[in-house]
Design a protein around this ligand. Structure first.
Ligand code: HEC
Length: 140
């Protein structure tokens, strides 16, 4: 019997479909628009499927990926206690090379956000608010 898990991941996402004992398969569908002002809502919609709502890297789509999604709560801890703002912004936008971000598996969020935003300013605002939300998740 086929059990379908539909997880709307970002980017539109990715829809996860899984055969009972199989690895989930991730497919991309169109992105669900969110408010550019709401970092948490964007995180839930676009990031949590892989990184998990707690950002520790255990989202429902994680088993389908070749690379493990990063634990986004440890970014400051792994950077000498300072939140690596520019690197996070660049990773989301797609300017900083990452194996998964920007590969076939991982969309370049700058392009995705541009496709749903009315202006370049709105695209930047989305990435800024997501970066600030990730900052708020840092382990103390
Ligand atoms: C399809 C799965 C997937 C989605 C969706 C996803 N990511 Fe990632 N992300 C990954 C993977 C896998 C890595 C690890 C890649 C690597 O280190 O090469 C990663 C790495 C990162 C990094 C770099 C962490 C570091 O150690 O420097 C950041 C920042 C990040 N993701 C933020 C986000 C944000 C914000 C979103 C939502 C807009 C998001 N990701 C959505 C899979 C995903």
């Amino acid at each position: 019997m086929i059990r379908k898990i539909a997880v709307f991941i970002a980017l539109g996402s990715l829809v996860l479909t899984a055969m009972a004992q199989d690895k989930p398969k991730v497919e991309r569908v169109s992105p669900t628009p969110t408010s550019a002002a709401d970092g948490k809502a964007m995180f839930k919609q676009y990031c949590a499927p892989c990184h998990g709502m707690d950002a520790k890297g255990n989202g429902p789509a994680a088993p389908a990926l070749k690379a493990a999604p990063a634990d986004l709560t440890q970014l400051s801890a792994r950077n000498g206690g300072k939140f690596p703002e520019n690197k996070v912004f660049g990773s989301i936008k797609g300017e900083v090379g990452l194996a998964a971000h920007g590969s076939k598996e991982m969309p370049i969020w700058g392009d995705v956000f541009r496709s749903m935003s009315r202006s370049e300013g709105e695209t930047q605002l989305r990435i800024t608010n997501l970066t600030n939300y990730v900052r708020s998740l840092q382990a103390k």
